[in-house]
Design a protein around this ligand. Structure first.
Ligand SMILES: [Zn+2]
Length: 159
């Protein structure tokens, strides 16, 4: 028996350490939280996707009284981006979240289902997606979904 060790490197930044484009994308995700539909959790999530053609698509979590019928901000955003611009890779995805009181202190990570969809989007366009996770105290930069979803399942496993 031997161990398989998997490591991930996450960049930790202050907002002012990021370049203007990254700050603007995070700001788009922050502003998107205002368009969230979260009457049940009161947890508003916004996402902003920068496409290869420079267009920014935003989305929010959309809840439902039948809870499983709702959808996270990340998947709302990626599905909308892929529907509107099916020939454009997603280059960077920024995510922000707040409660009714304020934005969360630590960076918000995507849930498992969203990680799987981010993976599919990377594979679809053969392009890693940088992920910027906003928190009031710092921002995490993830260089690709492999760092958040190791030992992932994709189409190559079915061959
Ligand atoms: Zn999710």
């Amino acid at each position: 028996m031997k161990d398989l060790t998997i490591t991930a490197t996450i960049g930790v930044y202050q907002l002012n350490e990021l370049n203007t484009a990254d700050q603007e994308l995070l700001q788009a995700a922050i502003e998107a939280t205002n368009r969230s539909y979260a009457p049940y959790s009161k947890f508003s999530v916004g996402a902003a996707a920068l496409l290869a053609n420079g267009i920014v698509i935003t989305g929010t979590n959309q809840e439902n009284a039948a809870y499983p019928s709702g959808l996270c901000a990340e998947r709302t955003t990626l599905f909308y981006a892929n529907s509107q611009y099916p020939d454009q890779a997603v280059v960077t995805l920024a995510i922000a979240a707040r409660t009714e009181a304020d934005f969360i202190t630590v960076p918000i990570p995507p849930c498992g289902a969203c990680r799987q969809v981010i993976l599919e989007t990377e594979k679809r366009y053969n392009c890693p997606i940088r992920i910027l996770l906003y928190g009031k105290e710092c921002i995490y930069e993830v260089k690709g979904i492999g760092d958040l979803l190791p030992l992932s399942f994709d189409a190559s496993a079915m061959q």
